[in-house]
Write a protein that binds this ligand. Structure first.
Ligand SMILES: *Cc1c(COP(=O)(O)O)cnc(C)c1O
Length: 253
């Protein structure tokens, strides 16, 4: 339920509620975001379908080329786009529960068959189990690092091992800013790797829907072709740029 509904049920002010289940940031966004949203004068103009400014700012932030970066309406949209681009009905997608729910949700919506390879008793990914279920119909494996809800990192060796299989490996690095460990530089040498990031959690922008994917240009151009042209709205772009100009504040939160 939304904070407004919960507040009504509990008979308290909605500002007193911090929902923990969605990992929203209780500190909210940078104050610079509110300021720049108030000053923006281009709300009547469609956003840039190619996202030039946003991708350049994210290139500067990540240290990777803008040609490798695509913005989504949240990383949730990118999960859906990757599945749309990659699977036909009946194709298989590997999921490693307990984990984030959108991989299975969007697999089903796109007509995929979900192969569940549960994590072990320490919530580590079961690499042998994953490799055992890969066949001609298996197109994607989703791995979250650090994992939601268990916090485990996926090792570089595990990812390199899976990149040798002929499938798309998606590493969801939503919580990168909390651990500072990333495999994103590997996209330069591995066309079947996609790394997902988001402004929703560390930057407190869940309500404005700004995620991004880091991937080789071939994969990126496929997603660019099938995404809705204006998937990143003007307010989202403004909020992204001003957040990236206020890193010390956000990191101190
Ligand atoms: C919150 C979360 C997301 C969703 O990110 P959005 O950019 O808000 O769509 C994706 N992956 C994981 C692991 C998350 O915890």
């Amino acid at each position: 339920e939304s904070p407004a509904v919960l507040a009504q049920t509990a008979g308290i002010d909605s500002r007193q509620i911090i929902r923990l289940n969605a990992n929203e940031n209780p500190y909210g966004p940078s104050p610079k975001v509110k300021e720049s949203l108030g000053k923006c004068e281009t709300y009547h103009i469609y956003p840039d379908a190619y996202q030039h400014t946003a991708r350049k700012a994210l290139a500067n932030y990540t240290g990777l080329p803008a040609e490798d970066i695509l913005v989504g309406s949240g990383s949730d949209e990118l999960i859906d786009l990757l599945l749309r681009a990659t699977i036909d009905p009946g194709d298989k997608v590997i999921n490693c529960p307990p984990t984030f729910g959108m991989y299975s949700f969007s697999t089903y919506v796109n007509g995929g068959t979900l192969l569940s390879v549960p994590r072990n008793h320490e919530f580590e990914v079961n690499l042998d189990g994953i490799k055992k279920v890969i066949d001609d119909k298996t197109k994607i494996v989703f791995l979250t690092s650090p994992n939601n809800p268990t916090g485990n990192l996926v090792s570089r060796d595990t990812v390199l091992d899976l990149l040798d299989e002929n499938i798309l490996v998606v590493i969801d690095e939503t919580y990168f800013e909390f651990c500072q460990q990333t495999l994103a530089p590997l996209v330069e040498s591995h066309p079947n790797l996609v790394v997902l990031r988001t402004m929703s959690k560390w930057a407190g922008l869940a309500g404005l829907r700004i995620g991004y994917g880091i991937m080789a240009p071939d994969m990126l151009s496929m997603l660019m072709d099938i995404k809705q042209p204006y998937n990143m709205n003007v307010a989202a772009e403004v909020a992204l740029i001003s957040s990236l100009s206020d890193l010390p504040y956000l990191k101190s939160n």
